[in-house]
Write a new protein. Structure first.
Length: 352
């Protein structure tokens, strides 16, 4: 069983090594936070408390199984909102202890990164992963489970965060990524000029805060000149912004693949649901002969399935390594969450 509570989605899923995903329950808090224009951490924690146990029951029902059928309970230990993480880790560790099975802490971004493995056409190691979520923008050299080398990352805002902030300043509503993407469909991407930050110098790091400021200045200028921004201008700004983010990500992916010599690119995290990003990367992949992998849209954003999957890989390695069966990174049911944890410091899983 995998439990995800790092931000504003409560997810519980059950994964079977032979039959795949047997249950996938998700409750999104989006409506509750929409009123405030973003995630309110304290409300998120309280809502996870309300929803988590009922979702565990629903997942067991959906999978037609009982706790005795489970081999481990995996949960997101970080990165994420500390209160929200504590709810998942406390419940997961308690259930695991009660059921006499290991509690397996899982890194949220490793969950995102390996989610494409749940699809029919799964990638093989090694590959380059572009992780684009609300909190992270990273390029990772992935040689195996837990064998990660960070190639580059955002020095300021994450790509998803830039979408969310842009949506707010264009009054497009929360969550920002899907609403900017929707507006952009009606817009003309080259109506206004947008920079492609940090693409004119070598390296694989990103910076999106300047792009956000550029959008703010553009919106303010439009407001000064024309009063409130009309729907078409909003769509044009959204399209221009989205195109700039997509181009910037694409340029860095191309560099990362050239640098590593790999032929596979994995796209993961909430922004991986972006249709324009998928389209442009698909064209580039076709041109260069790379294989492009991404999860189905519901496995791009937060979900329990990715945690159940990575939990299974890590639980299997514990069994093979003759682990004591208590499963935690520290070898106990200790409830420990980490708001920040670099993905390249995770232990490698040697044998599968
Ligand atoms: O992975 P995720 O669900 O949560 C985190 O781990 O952060 O990602 C959420 C982020 C949000 O910033 C959201 O605006 C963005 O993913 N997002 C999108 C789209 N769907 C979600 N960004 C662009 N286009 C989308 N279609
Ligand atoms: Zn996430």
């Amino acid at each position: 069983m995998g439990i995800e509570t790092s931000c504003d989605e409560t997810g519980v899923a059950i994964y079977d090594t032979e039959r795949g995903i047997l249950a996938d329950q998700l409750y999104s808090q989006v409506e509750m936070h929409a009123e405030f224009g973003g995630v309110v951490p304290e409300l998120a924690s309280r809502d996870h408390i309300r929803k988590l146990l009922p979702l565990v029951d629903l997942a067991l029902k959906e999978a037609s199984c009982t706790p005795e059928d489970l081999d481990a309970v995996a949960y997101t230990f970080g990165p994420g909102l500390v209160g929200a993480l504590l709810v998942g880790s406390t419940l997961a560790s308690t259930l695991a202890w009660t059921w006499g099975i290991p509690a397996i802490p899982v890194h949220h971004m490793e969950g995102h990164m390996l989610a494409p493995m749940l699809e029919d056409n799964a990638p093989d190691f090694p590959f380059v992963a572009l992780l684009v979520s609300g909190g992270h923008t990273q390029l990772v050299d992935v040689r195996g489970v837990g064998q990660y080398k960070l190639l580059g990352e955002s020095l300021d805002d994450a790509a998803g965060e830039a979408f969310d902030k842009t949506a707010k300043l264009l009054k497009l509503g929360y969550p920002g990524g899907p609403s900017v993407a929707r507006a952009a469909e009606q817009g003309q991407a080259d109506k206004f000029r947008f920079p492609r930050p940090m693409t004119d110098r070598p390296g694989l790091d990103f910076s999106f805060s300047g792009l956000k400021t550029h959008t703010l200045t553009l919106a303010n200028t439009q407001r000064q000149e024309n009063g409130e921004i009309d729907t078409q201008t909003t769509a044009d700004i959204a399209a221009g912004f989205q195109e700039a983010v997509v181009d910037t990500l694409l340029i860095k992916c191309r560099r990362a693949l050239e640098q590593t010599g790999y032929k596979q690119l994995v796209l993961a995290g909430g922004v991986a649901a972006n249709i324009r990003l998928r389209e442009k990367l698909a064209v580039e992949a076709d041109k260069k002969g790379w294989a492009l992998h991404y999860p189905r849209p519901e496995f791009c954003t937060d979900n329990g399935a990715m945690i159940a999957y990575v939990g299974t890989l890590r639980a299997q390695s514990l069994v093979q390594a003759g682990g004591s069966g208590n499963g935690s990174r520290k070898g106990s049911y200790e409830i420990e969450v980490v708001p920040r944890f670099p993905i390249d410091q995770l232990p490698a899983v040697e044998t599968l």
